[in-house]
Design a protein around this ligand. Structure first.
Ligand SMILES: [Zn+2]
Length: 317
């Protein structure tokens, strides 16, 4: 299955290998931050650790999505996707709960002792190592995107770049807090870092909400597909409706065509194949294409039924 280089499933498979590397980098990051956190507890480091935890969940989601996608071809295993979404949502809520439990602990100690939690420069070891790991992930993802052209690699490379900035801010926060011993500075940097975590969380939840709600209609892509179809298929066939819906990182497209009632099954079969080929050729993120055929006269009948006059009658009843 993965034997033909440059085929979609081969590229998806290679991309999933890249996410194995980034997931490992994330896990190393968590271990480093956790061991430094045990040595030198700091609310800035806690927030950074929280960020690493959410991002690791995100990497695992991307990894699972690509492994499933490369294995199943164009048929998407919905039940697995739903289980996966529930698990990621659940793990994010648990991570969020643990973080806020520990964060309120810090808030109380701030109020009681009025001293900062970042007492020395030791947390720098964790934030700088984290920055280097993130930079490594960024380089790996950008290079792989150039080779395999899988959209998720690009999405994650942008995220990695944002996280390099987060690592710089965390390091700066540690230095300034340890130097000035000012609780306001420590809290300010903690809140800035929280914004980065919410950015990651939104990415996890955005994917999941769409899976549950059946996808969001993408008007631009629908229009592009319609135009492309009108160019590619013969003039005797009408494009009635095109709907491209985003599900997680992928698209599902449904097309409704009106054909001459005398069209043979063989012709319809060929037309369907051609339509699927044209649409899936437009983007590797288009996962499934549904093609519905209506005989032309029936379609016109249907349209006539929807005339305002008829609707009026209908409402009077
Ligand atoms: Zn992040």
């Amino acid at each position: 299955m993965h034997t033909k280089p440059s085929s979609l499933s081969w590229r998806l498979y290679r991309a999933s290998r890249v996410f194995v590397i980034t997931t490992l980098l994330s896990l190393i990051g968590i271990l480093v931050e956790l061991s430094i956190f045990v040595l030198a507890s700091s609310v800035i480091l806690l927030t950074d650790l929280f960020h690493w935890a959410v991002d690791t969940v995100l990497e695992v989601v991307f990894l699972i999505t690509l492994v499933l996608a490369s294995k199943t071809g164009r048929r998407f295993p919905w039940s697995t996707i739903i289980i996966e979404s529930s698990l990621t949502t659940l793990s994010c809520i648990i991570i969020l709960g643990v973080y806020f439990y520990m964060f309120t602990g810090y808030l109380f100690s701030f109020m009681e002792s009025a001293s900062v939690s970042t007492q020395n420069y030791i947390p720098l070891v964790a934030t700088i190592t984290g920055g280097v790991l993130t930079l490594l992930a960024y380089i790996t993802l950008t290079r792989s995107y150039k080779r395999y052209r899988i959209e998720l690699l690009r999405v994650d490379s942008i995220h990695a770049l944002v996280d390099v900035v987060a690592a710089v801010i965390a390091s700066l926060g540690v230095v300034l807090t340890a130097y000035t011993r000012n609780t306001a500075i420590e809290l300010l940097f903690t809140f800035i870092l929280m914004l980065f975590v919410f950015h990651s969380m939104m990415e996890v939840f955005r994917n999941n909400i769409k899976t549950f709600t059946g996808g969001q209609l993408d008007a631009v892509l629908s229009m592009e597909i319609r135009e492309k179809l009108e160019e590619e298929i013969s003039r005797g066939i009408n494009v009635v409706n095109v709907e491209a819906r985003k599900l997680g990182s992928f698209y599902v497209v449904s097309v409704e065509l009106a054909v001459d009632p005398d069209t043979t099954v063989l012709q319809i079969h060929r037309l369907r194949k051609r339509v699927v080929k044209v649409i899936t050729g437009m983007s590797e993120l288009i996962y499934h294409v549904d093609v519905k055929f209506n005989p032309k006269y029936k379609w016109e009948e249907k349209r006539n039924r929807k005339t305002p006059l008829h609707l009026k009658k209908h409402y009077k009843k």
